[in-house]
Design a protein around this ligand. Structure first.
Ligand code: ATP
Ligand code: MG
Length: 195
């Protein structure tokens, strides 16, 4: 089994996440792509705005009609700050015989050198990166040990971020076509990000 994990705050999950997951799943012939919301992301300055329950529910709705996507609530159930190296180590024990990779956008790829125990993590997984507008993706600037472990998959670049979506909602602006219809619906019904 080849499984790609896409971690994120998903506050909320948007079409940039979904297209990245889809294109990587296809290009790398992954059996499954796991969308895994973080409880408290190590690299973020602020706690997520929406609750873990709401973020998980939105990811479920977004993933619903895609046979390759699975929603992984492992880090949410664990709670607190999860480091990817620990999560992957634990998942490898829970799912023996599985080859895990870790999917991320350009911002996260360039931030990899700062990740907790990155040397250990790089021995466990391949990193799969996608370009993202507003962020340089210069794999050649990273150390060789990381370069070797990074695969870049092309995708139509989407200038969408959860930050921008939260801001638009707060200002009463439309986020239709930035998130999938079921997610838009869920945010409206639960009045997420309105204040
Ligand atoms: P925020 O603005 O709150 O940081 P975000 O849009 O960056 O939200 P995250 O949940 O932080 O979303 O990101 C999860 C993963 O998805 C990261 O690896 C990030 O690089 C990637 N990602 C997010 N948006 C895009 C996008 N538009 N194109 C490609 N990758 C993306
Ligand atoms: Mg982000």
């Amino acid at each position: 089994m080849k499984i790609g994990i896409m971690g994120g705050t998903f506050d909320p999950i948007h079409l940039g996440h979904l297209l990245a997951a889809e294109r990587v799943g296809e290009a790398c012939s992954l059996d499954e792509v796991w969308l895994m919301p973080a409880s408290i992301p190590p690299h973020k300055l602020h706690a997520p705005l929406a609750s873990a329950e709401h973020r998980l529910e939105m990811v479920k709705r977004a993933a619903d009609n895609n046979p390759r996507f699975r929603v992984m609530d492992y880090e949410l159930v664990k709670g607190g700050t999860s480091y990817t190296v620990d999560t992957v180590t634990e998942l490898m024990q829970l799912y023996p015989g599985t080859e895990f990779s870790y999917i991320m956008g350009a911002d996260m790829i360039m931030y990899l050198p700062k990740w907790h125990r990155i040397g250990d993590l790089a021995k466990l997984v391949q990193f799969i990166g996608v370009a993202r507008p507003g962020f340089v993706l210069r794999v050649d600037e990273l150390e060789p040990m990381l370069q070797e472990r990074i695969t870049i998959v092309p995708m139509p670049q989407m200038d969408i971020s959860s930050t921008d979506i939260r801001e638009r909602i707060r200002e009463g602006l439309s986020v239709r076509y930035l998130v999938s219809a079921p997610v838009l619906d869920y945010m409206e019904v639960n009045r997420l990000y309105e204040t």
